[in-house]
Design a protein around this ligand. Sequence first.
Ligand SMILES: *Cc1c(COP(=O)(O)O)cnc(C)c1O
Length: 361
Amino acid sequence: MINNVLKLVRYNIKKLRPYQSARRIGGGNGLIWLNANESPLSIPFKLKKKSFNRYPECQPIDLISSYAKYVNLSFEQVLATRGADEGIELLIKAFCEPEKDAIIYCPPTYDMYQVNANMANVKIKEIPTIKNTWELDLLSIQSNLKTVKLVYICNPNNPTGNIILKKDLLFLLKITLGRALVVIDEAYIEFSPEDSMVSFLKDYSHLVILRTLSKAFGLAGIRCGFTLANKVIIEILNKVITPYPISIPVMDIAVQSLQKNYITLMKDRVSELNLNRIWLINQLNELDCIDKVFESHANYILVKFFMFEKIFQMLWNKGIILRNQNNKMNLKECIRISIGTRSECFSLIQELKNFSKNNIF
Ligand SMILES: *Cc1c(COP(=O)(O)O)cnc(C)c1O
């Protein structure tokens, strides 16, 4: 019986390796969670809406106008989605012909571009970034644009933490003009707001920007993201989105989070996390077990360790859960550490100091 069911599954789904989310990997008896780039602190919201017998609007007006105001765009340039992840999926659904068209992405980067392309049976072209500087290989992208409909760029890049140079993004926009859309995933842009490409939407009709409330806004639990683009693209995506992607409780909390006082609170927390990041990097650089700490413009850092496996496991056993990146392209012996509260960062450093004392490198 089971055998028969397996025969029915699409071939690309049968061989699909699903996204390895932090939640899927788990973390044993974790106490300090630094593995999913979440906000370490929660903001206590209260639901204002009390009745749920009616369906929500497909694109709730309050939510769209609140976000449009936050990013200084017009109403027609904003699509609300079930997390930024749904935006990644909708773009592939709307623009890529299965088995024919391709997407480009630049590893090491966020895995969901690849996973969504594989799910949709769309081809992938991996153009790795330059090792250790993580800059785009623009000439290779340029010579691989045939059949490509979407170029996904993550900025700041997850998991490396670097910013893609604005001049490189502008070059990319020039070489893709009339051929492919450039999708810039700005999931972490609040940690480095001067690097946003939002102001270029008016100049480039093939630019798309992905945003989320999951990271700086501290709302990973509600699943709310946004796709920003010109009106024509938003209208196309509105054709393929589910009828009710944003539930009423999600809209309720998301709208509150975009009011002035909460945006101020979000920005204060971003400043605090950015200071924690600087503190953590300085402390790590003092330790013998560290090979390299990469520069970061987000709420996580990529670190190359000596004896990385032993250290990852030692921290795991002590309840400090980090994200192993060893299997990713060009990230041998690297671990990604989300920036937590100062006391969480402090506990991490204490354990690494003890380890460094008891081991020779
Ligand atoms: C976390 C993350 C997302 C997903 O955001 P959701 O809104 O929670 O779906 C998208 N892109 C990158 C690079 C991320 O790290």
